[in-house]
Design a protein around this ligand. Sequence first.
Ligand code: ADP
Ligand code: MG
Length: 690
Amino acid sequence: MHGVGPKRAELLAAELGIRSYYDLLYHFPFRYIDRSKIHKINELRNLDESGDMPYLQLKGRFAAFATHGEGAKRRLNALFYDGTGSIDIVWFNKVKIIQESLRTDTEYIIFGKPALYNSRYSMTHPEVDAYKPGMDSQGLTGVYNITEKMRNRSFTARTMKQIMQNLLATLRHIDDPLPREIIARYRFLPLHDALINIHVPTTVQMLQRAQFRLKYDELFFLQLNLLRYSKSRSIKLGGLRFTCVGEYFNNFYHNVLPFPLTGAQKRVIKEIRADMGSGRQMNRLLQGDVGSGKTLVALMTMLLAIDNGYQACIMAPTEILAQQHYETINSLASQVGVKVALLTGSTPKKERDAIHNGLLNGEIGITVGTHALIEDTVTFARLGMAVIDEQHRFGVAQRAKLWRKNTIPPHVLVMTATPIPRTLAMTVYGDLDVSIIDELPPGRKPVQTVLRYDNHRQQIYRFIGSQLKEGRQAYIVYPLIQESEKLDLRNLEEGYETIQETFPDYHVCFVHGKMKPSEKEHQMQLFVEGKAQIMVATTVIEVGVNVPNASVMLIENAERFGLSQLHQLRGRVGRGADRSYCILMSHVKISGATRHRLEVMTQTTDGFVIAEEDMRLRGPGDMEGTQQSGISFNLHIADIAKDGQIIQAARNDAMNIIDDDPTLSKPQNIKLAQQLRFLYSHSQDWSRIS
Ligand code: ADP
Ligand code: MG
């Protein structure tokens, strides 16, 4: 193509993954500059009301270039003036090149985000263009993403724009893959017009219509693909039909259940029952905040499997968690005569052999375990139900192994205490059905959360001391993040020493991720059994341990944790009847955004609110569960955090089509099938895996 030789083609492929005309056409601007609007410097004050200036354009000249500092600290300062005032411009990189390229006798248009500093406006690294007459009547212009490496090889945003213009000039008719009826319903722009307008919008309205259309396209085909696979899977593989609610379940419900179920638990059990009785394999995600009573739901679901003549298992990510589940489940299930076994990596050989036998001859009804459960040597007589707890801790492949433990795949219930925003769940787990427990058992007091700074440390220690005196236990958590691992470890060790010195009358245990697993288990066990009153730890405690007697959690350097992670950590306290506390410690000098994030924690204990906020702040690609899900987030234009309504609409439309024509072979759907083949032919078939 004109403007793209082998060198540039190579750069495009290596840096942006653009390998074809199609890829190039779908490399959209990440931002638009309104070329028609040029601000005056003396207007900046009026724009500054909210304290957050928008990106904007100024037209004027540079003066008074000066460099400061040496080496990496070198920077270039200049003044930019337009007759109404002046503003400071700063560059930290490529100082020399920039200084040589800019002139004082030329008029420029600069684009950037002004900031107020010492009551003067400044702009760092603005985009700079020499002014040409007519430029300010161009309207909206797209700005393309360019990597550092491309720029260094003089492949600039402007080069990209030129290449794109060449491409668009050759664009003739594009066959629109969307059904005519959908195009009409949303009054979509034709695909051809949408693509032109996303690159070179004629007006703001046309840009918005182009964005709407292209976002929908992207989400619609994603959903169509997900739903087609899950539908064809359920048709092909079938499922065990559990229709019987029998003696085990009923006996448990009427005679053993220690408390009434919450409304949410009842609703979820109903959803699961309907699903398992439908004749197709259940693949269900059960979301519920820490302490919402998921284990009980899992147990009752497993009893249903046993009522229908099958075995069940539940897999947990750690030995301690498996141990705790075993104790809970065994004490309840044994009362209705179900045999429960615990199978982990540390189960002694002899016992393990006995369990293997019991599984093979069907004597064991419920097996609780770690990933030792999915080893090939473990064979069930009739596995009908597999529960996976804290699913984001397991890799996709591990989950898939459970499927093969029975000729007809068992029903699968994956449980997570990490609430996932609805729009994200629809996308990442789009082929799973979702049940939500949105209600805590009665009598729980929400954990009281406060944000404190280093200067309150003594006061906080006194408070923790008073809780210990009342017989409670406390967690003290430190961040441990890879980049500065050594420093973190030192912080943690120093913290451990300080705590030991501060609380000489109590036993302090110590847990971090770099420990040998056996030592870690030992330390945790000390806390679980109440032999240690304080646990100093990193986030390894995030999952699982249930110590209702723990009533305080102190989180050091809270500003370094993500919201969802803080929420998970906080879930470790507030499990008993007493009032519990979570103290977020942070340096005084945190930025407004960081303080805002921590304040969210002090204002709500609702995991879904926190998850929505977390996704808004961090973007969906970074959310827990996203990476592990095996779905890569190379959405070009749609934004899972912001486009909830479009996701829902696209999913409904896709569902209607798949329900009517699961294989997309009816004449009116041929184009859809072709488009899916085109879009997804080279991606791996991850959707077979729950
Ligand atoms: P999670 O959802 O975090 O796995 P658990 O299943 O561990 O929560 O339940 C937390 C605690 O709440 C357990 O001690 C459990 O016995 C108790 N619990 C569960 N359901 C109810 C209920 N309906 N009423 C009262 N307590 C309940
Ligand atoms: Mg749990």
